[in-house]
Design a protein around this ligand. Structure first.
Ligand code: ZN
Ligand code: ZN
Length: 405
């Protein structure tokens, strides 16, 4: 029986878990009920469970029938501060919180895989199933690494997955090297001199400087970076002023920078600094810049990426595995795990059109039709990464390790 057929028997069970998690969303480091739900299920599968890493993280340890190396499979489990617009029975019971990124589905798929792996133990080595908190904004992946995930468990390589609306249902997409961007944030405070709006010559206009600054920052991507390199500089907030006839004392801008290479990232930060102080000087005001590097880029390492491609190909066929997708300027804190250990991060197609409702939208819902293929992917990764002595046709990555950059 194929892995997909074996996992298919778990479909309704996984859907039940997914709907329970969807109805009870919890956000960054507050995934208390979510973690308890996951830990209890893992225990019921006979899996050794560790809790409390990065506050609400849960790690399950599954030993194979024979000894061998350790690998880590990671799912995120946090929700977003979004008010759900759906009205189906499993809609969010927590106002203002919602699983709008599909982490409910990610957790359900890894639970399904964990149950199957615990029942079969059909591999040589140890699998750590990692349920990670706070993927959105707060970097739960970084905290896991800082709190010693890799010291406590001798994991040698890590695998991550995200559902991907816009990619056909049940297809996969992965590339060697950068798959998602680095995520930086900046905050610029412009301190001018408040004045009567009818007598602007008596003040120093922070808002006028802010306007020039927003325009000037757009010259970094268009004039400082090689056009063939990728960079986004977006100003996403501008705060200043309270009324019609007052030039405010202060204006605050906030925004984000996305890039793939350290050289581009460094240049962007340097140019933001120079332009901010240059524009401020032009208007005779003071500027403060706070620049923070949040998530590094998601970079797929060679060996685990080959295993991920072999696993996906064995599951759905080469024609459904896209090997050179355009990288996304979105970001992913799985990158912290990949900085610590070689890792591979793959997108699982959630469907196009109605099914492919965009991530973070209040009308989004994880597509349950891909639960089976997602859980089966995890099992295939384990079989390819931790095969027994004699490889079967399902455990040979060789025929798919074709031309890569
Ligand atoms: Zn998200
Ligand atoms: Zn997500």
């Amino acid at each position: 029986m194929s892995v997909l057929a074996e996992i298919a028997t778990l479909h309704e069970t996984m859907r039940g878990w997914r709907h329970h998690l969807h109805a009870h969303p919890e956000t960054a480091f507050e995934e208390v009920d979510t973690a308890a739900f996951i830990a209890e299920l893992l225990q019921s599968f006979g899996i050794e469970v560790h809790t409390g890493l990065a506050k609400t993280g849960v790690v399950g340890i599954i030993q194979g029938r024979e000894p061998g190396p350790w690998i880590g499979l990671r799912a995120d489990m946090d929700a977003l501060d979004v008010h759900e617009a759906n009205d189906f029975p499993h809609r969010s019971r927590h106002p203002g919180k919602m699983h709008a990124c599909g982490h409910d589905g990610h957790s359900a798929m890894l639970l399904g895989a964990a149950r199957h792996l615990a029942e079969t133990r059909d591999f040589a080595g140890t699998v750590a199933v990692i349920f990670q908190p706070a993927e959105e904004n707060e970097g739960g992946g970084r905290v896991l690494v800082e709190e010693g995930l890799f010291e406590r468990f001798p994991i040698e390589s890590v695998y991550g997955l995200h559902n991907w609306p816009g990619l056909p249902e049940g297809h996969f997409a992965i590339r060697h090297g950068p798959q998602m961007a680095a995520y930086d944030i900046f905050e610029i405070t412009l301190n001018g001199r408040g004045a009567h709006a009818g007598m602007p010559h008596l003040g120093r206009d922070a808002l006028l400087a802010a306007g020039h600054l927003i325009v000037a920052l757009q010259s970094i991507a268009s004039r400082n970076i090689n056009p063939l390199d990728a960079l986004v500089v977006s100003v996403t907030q501008l705060h200043g002023g309270d009324t019609w006839n007052v030039l405010p004392q202060q204006a605050v801008l906030r925004g984000t920078v996305r890039s793939f290479s350290p050289a581009v990232q460094n240049l962007a930060e340097q140019r933001i600094r120079e332009i901010t102080h240059g524009v401020a000087a032009t208007f005779g005001i003071e500027a403060d810049l706070r620049y923070e590097r949040r998530y590094p880029p998601t970079i797929n390492a060679d060996a685990p990426t080959r295993i991920a491609i072999a696993a996906a190909t064995a599951l759905v066929g080469a024609e459904r595995v896209e090997l050179d997708p355009v990288p996304s300027m979105g970001a992913e804190d799985f990158a912290f795990l990949q900085q610590a250990r070689p890792g591979a991060y793959i997108w699982l197609g959630a469907g196009i059109g109605q099914l492919g409702c965009v991530l973070h939208n209040p009308g989004y819902d994880f597509n349950d039709e891909v639960l089976g293929v997602g859980a089966s992917y995890w099992v295939q990764v384990v079989r390819h990464a931790l095969p027994f002595g004699t490889p079967t046709s399902q455990t040979q990555p060789a025929e798919v390790s074709e031309a890569q950059p």
